[in-house]
Design a binder for this molecule. Structure first.
Ligand code: SF4
Ligand code: SF4
Length: 310
């Protein structure tokens, strides 16, 4: 059964130039789709009242994001002043955004069903609050997960509207139902690196963030040129906490390489069972060294140890 997620197809106009995902790429399933296909829908429905308002809010924001592409102004303005960028970042921060990075959209960010209108991306993180994640799995945790899905959906729609008012084009990519690989996109935007748990590990909040993006045709965004997180896989090789604590043995010791060349860190069919039965699980975030301790301290200790070993 395929969950009918809203998609942009019906709202594309002749003026739009669309980059569709290659059919050879892997499928990008949303959380509701994974739950329906591989998890326990009945358990999920039973626990839904605790977070239903955020789930419904997130789906409303997804529907808005998809429809709003019809309002792109196509003014041909493709450059942004430093003041304009600062203004957008201030708007984003006012909407609760914790981190912002910029990247060019690449083939490696696409799934087979991706619909990309613009080739530059503003990528956003929102922190999931520590007090809620520490209680995982719990009602508080799943409420926090869906609160951040909702907040990000709302934020990327408002940021897209703000860009359109300024004469720029935008395509909001909310956290729930996104048809782009937001973790790879956030890594390329310089917001963090991959942990063994397949999550983005950020310097400020470790893996305790959700992601969303706004695509645009602004051509002079300060796109990230460096990837500073190469040491994370080596550190993860000495840790394994998420692998050991995952109740479904869903985290691979080494990422699986998919047919399209992309990496997969989690067996999401296995993950879907505790995720749907146990309030969104989230044990792999709660048990992560970068959630329990400070990123900068871990990095400094790791670098000291590496130097001493040479
Ligand atoms: S959410 Fe739970 S089941 Fe899924 S990978 Fe993380 S720890 Fe494992
Ligand atoms: S728990 Fe350990 S191995 Fe897993 S992602 Fe976090 S640091 Fe890496």
């Amino acid at each position: 059964m395929k969950f009918p997620m809203p998609r942009e197809y019906r709202h594309i106009r002749p003026i739009d130039t669309v980059w569709y995902g290659n059919p050879q790429l892997k499928e990008g399933l949303s959380v509701p789709e994974i739950t329906i296909k591989y998890g326990s829908l009945s358990s999920r429905i039973k626990t839904m009242p605790s977070y239903a308002k955020y789930l419904l809010g997130s789906l409303r924001e997804l529907a808005k994001a998809v429809k709003s592409i019809k309002r792109n102004p196509y003014t041909s303005n493709k450059t942004l002043s430093a003041e304009g960028l600062a203004e957008i970042e201030a708007v984003a921060q006012g909407l609760g955004i914790s981190g912002i990075g910029y990247t060019k959209v690449k083939e490696t960010h696409l799934f087979k069903e991706s619909i990309v209108l613009f080739k530059y991306a503003m990528v956003f993180t929102v922190e999931m609050k520590k007090t809620a994640i520490e209680q995982a799995p719990s009602k508080k945790t799943i409420q926090e997960i869906f609160r951040t899905y909702y907040e990000l959906g709302r934020a990327v729609n408002l940021i897209s509207d703000f860009l359109r008012e300024k004469g720029f084009n935008a395509q909001a990519i909310p956290a729930i139902g996104s048809n782009l690989n937001l973790t790879v996109m956030a890594r390329d935007a310089g917001l963090g690196g991959f942990g063994k748990n397949g999550l983005l590990i950020t310097p400020d909040y470790g893996p305790s963030v959700r992601l969303a993006a706004v695509l645009t045709d602004i051509e002079n965004l300060p796109v990230n040129q460096r990837l500073d997180y190469d040491w994370l896989p080596d550190f993860c090789a000495t840790c394994h906490a998420c692998v050991k604590k995952c109740p479904a043995q869903a985290i691979y010791e080494k990422p699986m390489i998919c047919k399209d060349g992309s990496e997969q860190h989690i067996d999401y069919k296995k993950c879907a069972v505790p995720f749907s039965k146990q309030h969104g699980c989230t044990v792999c975030i709660k048990e992560c060294a970068f959630f329990k301790s400070d990123y900068k301290k871990i990095a400094a200790a790791y670098i000291r140890k590496e130097k001493a070993a040479k």
